[in-house]
Ligand binder design. Structure first.
Ligand SMILES: NC(=O)c1ccc[n+]([C@@H]2O[C@H](COP(=O)([O-])OP(=O)(O)OC[C@H]3O[C@@H](n4cnc5c(N)ncnc54)[C@H](OP(=O)(O)O)[C@@H]3O)[C@@H](O)[C@H]2O)c1
Length: 330
């Protein structure tokens, strides 16, 4: 491959231009070409990688906001390539855990080649008998989020009722399938008829509804859960969270995974119905997937055989072009 012996190669990059307020626009990013020498500096413990798949994830939106409070997720740097999860091949390694030719997933750059300076945050890909792109979603950060959020935060019991919002997304589709395999009654919400069909017919949810077509979210939830909800896997926030709070069962659990409906708002909405947490003794807990990465081997052990047996399926939204791709749930 051109450049593998240390000469300079073209490196096409997606540059973050400046901090964003409201909805991001194409003009907040620009594609640039630079050159890069494919050789590690003497003594470096980094990795030089060729990026194969890049993931576009909702948390990246708040990395685009100028921080005015202490943050736990570092903002992007204006003028630098966007960073995010991806799958890459190691071209040169200064780190004992990786060697030339290895495949990995982890934080990399939206560019053709990246120098990864913190290889200890990357996971070596050992199982290549599944599509490599799965490591940007189902078998990567999103999958771990579903697994940790459901089993570690929601403390599920067989037979419980589970509601998942943004249910056809990368996280939601796996939460629903894990909950079904575990023996729960599972309902999801999504934003189109096609997605609702997928939830019911491909991912095996017991029921699903299109939240954009429901006049009254409280009534929709009462229709699906006449006895109430034991577990809510929260991906969206806003009006949906308020409606769910009215429908939680006694000692229910809410895993606060994400609030995607709020990320582009200048002024966050609600919630207004928090009194229900007290009256029904509901536990609502936020979590970050990074705290659970030590469970990754256990997650793979559980989920890989289910994928191979077709008991867990995955639908990706992938774009190919100019060496910069995108994945995501739907
Ligand atoms: N806590 C953590 O460590 C962690 C880690 C990963 C992800 N997350 C969170 O988990 C959630 C899901 O992530 P993902 O990777 O599954 O996302 P994804 O695959 O990109 O799917 C996101 C989906 O959210 C829905 N959505 C967008 N805007 C919405 C709105 N205003 N109201 C309601 N739904 C909206 C859309 O589906 P519809 O067409 O159905 O609306 C969209 O396809 C996000 O909130 C994310 O921030 C948290």
């Amino acid at each position: 491959m051109a450049g593998e012996n240390g000469e300079a190669v073209r490196n096409k990059q997606v540059i973050f231009r400046d901090y964003v307020s409201g909805f991001p626009e194409n003009t907040d990013m620009e594609v640039r070409e630079s050159t890069m020498k494919l050789r590690l500096l003497e003594g470096s413990n980094g990795l030089l990688v060729k990026n194969l798949y890049l993931s576009c994830d909702p948390y990246m939106r708040f990395r685009m906001t100028k921080p005015n409070v202490p943050v736990y997720v570092e903002p992007f740097r204006p003028g630098s390539p966007i960073t995010g999860y991806g799958v890459a091949r190691v071209l040169e390694s200064g780190h004992p855990n990786f060697k030339k030719g290895d495949l990995l997933w982890g934080l990399t750059g939206w560019e053709e080649y990246t120098l990864i300076t913190a290889p200890e945050t990357c996971f070596k890909i050992e199982h290549t008998d599944v599509p490599l792109s799965y490591y940007t979603g189902l078998l990567g950060m999103a999958g771990m989020t579903a697994y940790a959020g459901f089993f570690e935060v929601c403390s599920p019991k067989k037979g419980e009722t589970v509601f998942i919002s943004a249910a056809s997304g990368a996280v939601g589709q796996l939460v629903g399938q894990l909950a079904k395999l575990f023996g729960c009654y599972v309902v999801g919400s999504a934003g189109s008829k096609e997605k609702v069909d997928l939830l019911k017919n491909k991912f095996g949810f017991d029921d699903a509804f299109n939240y954009k077509e429901e006049q009254d979210l409280d009534a929709a939830l009462k229709r699906c859960f006449p006895e109430g909800i034991d577990i809510y896997f929260e991906n969206v926030g806003g009006k949906m969270l308020d409606a769910v709070l009215l429908n939680m069962k006694l000692r229910g659990r809410i895993a606060l995974c994400g609030l995607i409906s709020q990320y582009n708002l200048e002024q966050p909405e609600g919630p207004y119905n928090l009194m229900n947490l007290i009256l029904k003794q509901v536990r609502m807990e936020g979590f970050l997937v990074f705290d659970y990465y030590h469970l990754y081997p256990k997650f793979l052990e559980m989920v890989l055989p289910q994928i191979k047996e077709g008991k867990i399926v995955y639908v990706e939204d992938t774009t190919e072009g100019g060496n910069v791709g995108k994945r995501g749930g739907l």
